[in-house]
Design a binder for this molecule. Structure first.
Ligand SMILES: *[C@@H]1O[C@H](CO)[C@@H](O)[C@H](O)[C@H]1NC(C)=O
Ligand SMILES: *[C@@H]1O[C@H](CO)[C@@H](O)[C@H](O)[C@H]1NC(C)=O
Ligand SMILES: *[C@@H]1O[C@H](CO)[C@@H](O)[C@H](O)[C@H]1NC(C)=O
Length: 355
């Protein structure tokens, strides 16, 4: 069934589904805000690189990272995909990683680009089988006219495709620790979108039901070794998302990490990092103009997009101690390795596009 969403219904569906997950949107919005207006630091880095000023990514990448070596085959040339009209972009969203900004951006661009947008969030499919998800995604994919944009939380499945309809997979991730911290505070305070969608009483009930203590900080949570911060289930969120639905992907393991990296290399046109969302959009403008042309200007200037950015920032986020950082870096080591791998690949692609 094809369904076209307006701004309001897209909002409602997105908001409600994420709320059900109790795991909403993203946070530390200040980084996003900074990135989207092209923070000074960002810009001078970019300029340095353009001028061939020996920028080698050492700021981004820990020295000697294994992931970087794996990636050296890459640098994809900065070329438009296909004929520019037949693409269907599949955007893989993960909670707290800027998905709502990208969705709102495509809605803002739809006016000029006539892209068909489909929100395909389906939380009942989490932990599902390849076959079930494949059935669902094949339906979504085959019913959407191109150029199209599919917004989905489902992991990678091999779609039935024909040459005139090309799936183009993209994704956006962020620093795994900041993602976890953001999710922690979001479960307690939400953001302005959830504040306007849910009244205080309901929110309080929700907190009680979920045993969330609003006086507890993320540092407290780590100190007390609570499963909310240090449980097995907090590990590997990024890795599992890009690994898929095979059994190897059900736990955070080196094998799942390897699979996730292979999947990115073989199936994803671009995976960006939220910290550099402005460059993510700029590169997309070059690679998939049929869906993202004018994206950077719109990201910076469109009032609705700016409002989504402002209203999806997590409320109440506190900074974490150095000790907590050390513990979480170890706890999320696989996610961090994946994140560094993505940073490196993204940097290469940005460079190929002149950013
Ligand atoms: C990158 O630059 C830094 C600082 O200029 C330098 O210490 C490092 O060795 C360089 N790394 C590579 C891989 O060239
Ligand atoms: C999620 O997928 C299942 C299985 O294909 C389907 O029955 C269900 O209607 C889907 N839910 C939504 C919200 O699309
Ligand atoms: C909530 O967290 C604070 C700070 O960690 C703690 O002092 C307090 O005892 C907690 N309250 C409950 C009901 O667990």
């Amino acid at each position: 069934m094809k369904k076209r969403f307006g701004w309001n219904s897209a909002y409602a569906v997105t908001i409600l589904l994420w709320l059900v997950m109790c795991y909403l949107a993203w946070n530390f919005g200040y980084e996003v805000g900074k990135a989207s207006v092209g923070g000074e630091l960002e810009r001078s880095d970019r300029t340095a690189r353009r001028q061939g000023n020996n920028y080698n990514g050492s700021k981004l990448l820990p020295q000697g990272d294994k992931a970087a070596k794996l990636e050296e085959r890459f640098p994809r040339p900065c070329q438009r995909v296909g004929d520019g009209t037949s693409q269907i972009v599949i955007f893989n969203t993960i909670p707290k990683c800027g998905g709502r900004t990208i969705l709102s951006l495509t809605f803002a661009l739809k006016q000029s680009l006539k892209v068909n947008i489909k929100s395909a969030l389906n939380f009942s499919l989490e932990g599902s089988s390849n076959v079930k998800v494949l059935g669902y995604m094949n339906r979504v994919f085959s019913n959407l006219p191109s150029p199209g944009f599919i917004y989905t939380n489902t992991r990678l499945v091999a779609l039935q495709t024909i040459p005139s309809r090309v799936p183009v997979r993209i994704g956006l991730i962020r620093d795994p620790m900041q993602r976890l911290v953001s999710a922690f505070y979001h479960a307690r305070f939400g953001d302005r979108m959830s504040a306007s969608a849910v009244d205080d009483e309901t929110w309080q009930k929700q907190l009680q039901k979920n045993h969330k203590n609003i006086s507890e900080s993320f540092d407290d949570c780590v100190k007390s070794k609570s499963s909310e911060c240090l449980g097995e289930e907090t590990k590997g969120a990024l890795v599992k998302q890009f690994c898929g639905y095979d059994t190897v992907c059900s736990t955070a393991s080196p094998a799942a990490l390897l699979r996730a990296k292979e999947n990115v290399k073989n199936h994803y046109l671009l995976v960006g990092v939220l910290e550099e969302i402005d460059d993510f959009v700029r590169v997309l403008e070059k690679l998939v103009p049929s869906v993202f042309s004018g994206g950077f200007h719109t990201l910076e200037n469109d009032k609705r997009v700016q409002s989504v950015i402002a209203n999806s920032r997590t409320i109440g986020v506190e900074s974490v101690s150095e000790q907590t950082k050390g513990i979480i870096k170890k706890h999320l080591s696989l996610d961090f390795e994946f994140y560094y791998f993505i940073q490196w690949r993204f940097m290469k692609q940005k460079e190929a596009c002149g950013y």
